[in-house]
Design a protein. Sequence first.
Length: 252
Amino acid sequence: MKAQESRMGSNRTGVQMSPLDAKRMNEQRVDLAPPVLQSPSAAAMADMRARYIADAPRIGSVPPPGNVKGVVQTGMAMLTGNRPQLLLDKLGERLAFERSSTRLYDALITKVRATRSDGEDTLLPLDLLLQHRDEEAEHFALLAQAIEQLGGDCTAQTPCADLAGLESAGLLQAVVDPRTTVVQSLHALLIAEMADCSGWDMLIALTQAQGHDSMAHDFVRAASEERAHLQQVKVWFESHTLGAPLSGAGYA
């Protein structure tokens, strides 16, 4: 399979494929020694982007509680100096990311099954892939329950949730692309698991700081499962890329 990953073919993207055209292009190129932003076209582009940035609304907002329980909980939390809107925003972020992670595993499982049907053994155990996928879905349900427990709406798209959806869209696109291999899909999944572990650590710290100890305990368990996902995906990726995982390498 590794030979198929890095095979040589009819790649015509480099300038070496057309040396005469490359020479003519270099003879007529504009001197780029000054900073790029000082050129008229680049400066105009930067000015236009600056105007868009100044005029653009924020990416979203955290909705107010939609029920009496949520109003009371939010009011009490704010009286104690906490920022319940920040916690709800970060809960929404992890909710959106866990949804995307579940879809990433769904797409990878489909790709693994398709390559096996073509007679190619990817050496990825479907039982472990399915276990990871189900745990991602369980984490999604856990977060939805936590949001509702705080009086929030788990269907609302908070600012951080919107951002998480944008960030993970490229990873999902890489995995569902029928041209990408299993190993290339594993690389996208590895990026997702690294970001996921970091996000859970921040959410746990925020939850503990606002006094939601029982909720934080559940999140610690989810974070432990995510770290196990990261370690396993890293081993798979290294084994398929290098032939064996790097000795002594890993993530805490």
